[in-house]
Design a protein. Structure first.
Lengths: 355, 386
């Protein structure tokens, strides 16, 4: 990559150039070539869009172009390139639907009120205990995986850093941008969670979904269910249950399901609140799944979204990004503190970050 | 009279910038300073896209008018100048003196430098989509998110990688902006000139974000007195200019510290006797001071920046992120900084001499290759936030 970002009055073109009309047409010819060669990728991208008029429009545009380009054998260079770069892996996808286990009669929902609160403020009658009580150490660390959408992107690494301040803890953050439970055709979270549980068998799992999920759902039969209809809700609940089931596993692994924080946009906030209600109510069915409510943590005195909030010492802190959705570095620290405190409440883990 | 109007215009520009960009920052700092004794309302305004850039352009217009460097533009010409989309979002900061004659004379639609424009756009896209995004996702984001969790070698390489990432990101945007403007018949000034070949901080600022550094020089440093007064006044002017330059990037203390480091380094450089130091040592020192300052520029907070240095100073342990490809990529970009300029000129000439249809089809092929090698999602340009 060479530099000298060229031009400037000191640099004149070597030739006089071409008429604007010809340049325009040649540029269009180049774009048409690029679109034809890339048409398979463009179509695949369009299919990943949320179910909407825009998605239908793009699919309607790219499908015939892809047909023509394939017929003319124009798509093979891109396919060959993808193949050479190892991007053509067709992974076996598991079913989204697994049988939901029967709710435990003594299970409780756990709602945390704010960062830094002591355990006494939200004691559980019965805390979940790990199946065994191994001695955690640097050689045998307590492992935590954080999985989810772009919200995890913004606090996952901070959580890992804070969690690994204990030499007896190993943490991993794995966000997938623009993902969720609504569109397994884009990213199949149940499949990935199953892989992680099988391959790594973590001791605790933190999950955060929802930001991209308030959209129409495509069922395995190819039907689209309209957002927030009764059928949609039934299907989405099944997906939540499936993920909770996969994550807890047979050994009763600790699962923290993080709800969505308040959002700046009223409409988006209302949609996230509806999803939070589903997560909260589904979590009740699993003894080891704790729903973590973030609304009280990230709202001001009036209960509204706020970018700046006072920390425990009263200092105003910038906890949200300018997009009004994601958490800032400091917001990530608040959430991470909350989650670590939550894990510490497990009987044999209370010493973990007190070393 | 004209001088008074200029002051009013500059004050209005600065008030707009101040309200949108700095009000909340200072309100929060003041609230925290008062310790809850007074509550200062926050505005939480959405920052208008490109406000830092177009405010500086508007200020340059009124100042140059007052200095009689330029003649007044018509309202329509001025509107085109201020809202010209290629550079509106992230520069380069084009002065009225550079744009006004081009707008007034109308570009010749029979002579569009298409070869040069297509090459610039492709080069910019390659820098952004392939180089910048790849370095960010392979090492930089991980290292800066959790410096304590990585080995000292990984963190050190992550800092070098960020130096390359921000250069590829920002100069890539500039290339695209210049290329798009060329297609419309306008020529923008040079904004980057192989900055990492600099042998001094002074030279670095003659090569990095040139339109900002020359703006700060002409409209801040020199009016403050420049180097015309006593030595101590020159140092003060340098520090003030660089601190305000840092604050221009964003309303956080990290940007202030970034500017302060550059200001101190420029002042120290000026203090040092003019000895014949080996160019290799001068290059190493310059590059590392720039990288040191970049840590504050990139880190989320002062504490995070200090964590990065603490991680670099820790005992070496096993590497996780470092690999030969990243090392080669960083080294390749650095080596390319020393290539003679004629090499890239040759590529440009070759493309410019092709038939226009060949140029267009080559442009299309380039787009496919960049999309192929780029990651699935590309983050916004770093300089969009300023």
């Amino acid at each position: 990559m060479k530099d000298k970002t060229t031009t400037g009055s000191d640099l004149q073109p070597d030739d006089a150039g071409f008429p604007a009309g010809k340049v325009f047409l040649s540029g269009i010819a180049g774009l048409i070539l690029a679109v034809a060669v890339n048409s398979s990728t463009l179509l695949a991208d369009a299919e990943r869009l949320p179910d909407s008029r825009s998605r239908s429009l793009w699919i309607a545009i790219w499908t015939p172009i892809e047909d023509v380009a394939s017929t003319l054998r124009l798509t093979w260079p891109r396919r060959a390139g993808d193949f050479l770069l190892g991007r053509n892996e067709d992974e076996d996808r598991i079913s989204l639907h697994r049988e939901k286990i029967a709710p435990k009669p003594d299970s409780q929902e756990l709602t945390v009120l704010s960062v830094g609160e002591e355990t006494s403020e939200y004691e559980l009658d019965q805390k979940p205990a790990l199946a065994a009580e191994p001695v955690w150490s640097s050689n045998n660390p307590f492992t935590i995986w954080v999985l989810g959408d772009s919200m995890v992107q913004f606090f996952g690494d901070t959580f890992v850093m804070m969690a690994e301040r204990s030499s007896s803890v190993a943490a991993v953050s794995e966000p997938k941008l623009a993902s969720g439970l609504s569109r397994p055709d884009y990213f199949d979270w149940p499949a990935r969670i199953s892989e992680v549980m099988t391959a790594h068998d973590p001791d605790a799992v933190i999950l955060m979904f929802g930001g991209n999920d308030a959209q129409n759902i495509k069922t395995k039969d190819g039907l689209w269910l309209e957002r927030f209809t009764a059928q949609w809700e039934e299907e989405y609940r099944k997906r939540i249950a499936s993920v909770m089931d996969l994550a807890t596993g047979d050994e009763g692994r600790i699962v923290l399901w993080v709800g969505q924080p308040p959002m700046r946009g009223d409409g988006f906030d209302a949609r996230m609140q509806r999803l939070n209600d589903l997560y909260r109510s589904e979590a009740v069915s699993w003894e080891n799944v704790h729903y973590i409510d973030l609304r009280s943590l990230f709202t001001d005195e009036s209960g509204n979204y706020a970018r700046y909030l006072p920390d425990s010492s009263g200092k105003l802190t910038d906890v949200r990004l300018t997009d009004g959705v994601h958490l800032s570095h400091w917001g990530g620290e608040w959430l991470s503190t909350l989650l670590l405190n939550e894990i510490k409440k497990t009987p044999n883990l209370d010493w973990l970050w007190n070393e | 009279m004209a001088r008074s109007w200029m002051r009013v215009a500059i004050a209005l520009d600065l008030v707009l910038l101040g309200v949108f960009k700095y009000y909340d920052f200072f309100a929060v700092e003041l609230s925290n300073l008062l310790g809850g004794r007074a509550t200062i309302p926050l505005l939480e305004l959405t920052l208008p896209v490109g406000i830092s850039f177009f405010t500086f352009q508007a200020m340059s217009y009124v100042i140059d008018l007052n200095r009689k460097v330029i003649k007044p533009m018509s309202m329509l010409d001025f509107a085109v100048y201020l809202s010209f989309f290629p550079q509106l979002v992230a520069g380069p900061i084009v002065r009225a003196a550079e744009m006004a004659p081009q707008i007034r004379n109308h570009p010749d639609p029979r002579q569009v430098a298409s070869g040069e424009a297509f090459q610039l756009i492709l080069r910019g896209l390659f820098k952004k989509v392939v180089v910048s995004s790849w370095l960010a996702s392979s090492i930089v984001d991980d290292v800066f998110a959790n410096p304590e969790g990585h080995s000292s070698q990984d963190v050190l390489l992550g800092v070098y990688a960020y130096a390359i990432q921000i250069y590829a990101d920002f100069s890539g945007y500039t290339d695209i902006a210049i290329g798009v403007a060329l297609l419309l018949g306008f020529r923008f000034p040079t904004n980057f000139d192989r900055p990492y070949r600099a042998l001094s901080l002074r030279e670095f600022w003659q090569r990095w974000h040139i339109t900002l550094s020359s703006w700060l020089r002409d409209y801040l440093y020199i009016p403050l007195g420049g180097n015309r007064g006593k030595e101590v006044e020159t140092y003060r002017n340098l520090l003030l200019t660089m601190i305000l330059g840092g604050l221009w990037h964003g309303s956080t203390w990290n940007f202030v510290i970034w500017g302060l480091i550059h200001g101190i380094a420029l002042a120290v450089e000026r203090m040092l006797p003019n000895r014949q130091t080996h160019p290799g040592i001068r290059w190493l020192a310059t590059f590392h001071i720039v990288c040191f300052a970049w840590v504050f520029f990139r880190a989320d907070s002062l504490a995070s920046a200090l964590d990065v240095f603490s991680a670099i100073a820790s005992l070496p342990s096993s590497v996780e992120l470092t690999n030969a490809l990243i090392i080669l990529g960083i080294a390749g970009v650095l080596v390319a900084q020393f290539f003679p300029y004629s090499r890239s000129e040759q590529v440009k000439r070759r493309l410019s001499k092709q038939r226009v249809l060949t140029q267009g089809l080559a442009f299309g092929c380039g787009l496919v290759l960049i999309d192929l090698f780029g990651p699935e999602g590309v983050a916004p340009f770093i300089y969009f936030q300023f």
